[in-house]
Design a binder for this molecule. Structure first.
Ligand code: PPS
Length: 287
């Protein structure tokens, strides 16, 4: 399926028709979670791929073979993507699933399940920069225009996948309704080993010290950037234009400083304060 110029609007949100159909979004809303499932929840560009790689290696007890031989979208498919049903065919238990959907789409099936849900959050100023660059190379996303134009759309939520503000607020507001674990991209950057140990604890999947070492080593930015099963270089140029950018782009905290003007920074932080007041989580928003 290419459908590069198709947008699917569902429940007030635009999704790229290259990966989503009305049927696939309905399938997600009725998803049958298993008790042993682990679900990665992210707004795009928050550390999804990083968490897919970390969980793959944790669940294979430090064996990197699956991470080096199976593309990430097969080993940790997005519930809402059209190919998910096929990818999960014959999958044993302990499935790793991924989603960018807002909470309301999955509220019903998640409430009925004890699946483990890992929400990965990231400083939104770095998200918008990463998302902007991704739009430039992804032929299934609209032309983002200038960075300033894209930033305005991001603030109002008029982008594919909807509003970042609503995404994080909805998931956090309802976090007592599912088996939840919260971690940030900045936590991973700051101390990957400690983050992996926290994850092992939540997953009730302890690792031997050597397996922790392997997971840390394999999941560094430099090593993931080289792994074609996760760096998206397997995707043809027609879909992801590798001349226009790299999926594994900078991998750092605070790259927004090279993109935001002082005025954009102040304006974004004002919007952040207005929209996020009352949310009881610590986000490295002003780094
Ligand atoms: S997507 O398209 O939603 O699945 O993208 P996502 O994986 O959520 O986010 C992509 C950004 O994550 C960075 N990344 C990493 N940073 C540090 N270390 C590791 N190991 C790592 N893996 C992925 C990736 O480079 C994108 O961020 P930017 O800022 O664009 O570099």
């Amino acid at each position: 399926m290419a459908n590069l110029n198709v947008t699917v609007r569902y429940s007030g949100i635009d999704f790229p028709g290259h990966l989503h159909t009305l049927q696939s979004l309905q399938y997600a809303q009725e998803f049958k979670f298993h008790e042993t499932d682990t679900v990665i929840v992210t707004y795009p560009k928050s550390g999804t791929t990083w968490m897919q790689e970390i969980l793959t290696i944790i669940y294979s007890d430090g064996n990197v073979l699956p991470a080096k031989t199976i593309p990430n979208w097969i080993r940790a498919p997005w519930i809402e993507h059209y190919y998910c049903k096929d990818a999960l065919m014959n999958k044993p238990d302990h499935r790793i699933l991924t989603t960018h959907l807002p909470y309301r789409f999955l509220a019903k099936p998640l409430k009925q399940s004890n699946a483990k849900v890992i929400y990965v959050a990231r400083n939104p100023k770095d998200i918008v920069v990463s998302f902007y660059h991704f739009h430039k190379m992804a032929n299934f996303l609209p032309d983002p225009g200038t960075f300033g134009e894209f930033l305005e759309k991001f603030k109002t939520g008029e982008v594919n996948y909807g509003s970042w503000f609503e995404h994080i607020k909805e998931w956090q507001k309802h976090s007592d309704e599912y088996n939840s674990f919260f971690i940030t991209y900045e936590d991973l950057v700051k101390d990957l080993r400690k983050s992996i140990l926290r994850l092992c604890n939540f997953l009730e999947h302890p690792l031997l010290p050597e397996a922790v070492d392997t997971t840390v080593w394999h999941c560094t930015f430099a090593n993931m950037k080289k792994n074609k099963m996760i760096n998206y270089t397997l995707i043809p140029n027609e879909i992801l234009d590798h001349q226009k950018g790299e999926f594994m782009r900078k991998g750092m905290v605070g790259n927004w400083k090279e993109h935001f003007t002082q005025e954009q920074k102040q304006d974004f932080e004002k919007t952040f304060q207005e929209k996020m007041s009352g949310l009881n989580i610590v986000l490295v928003s002003t780094l």
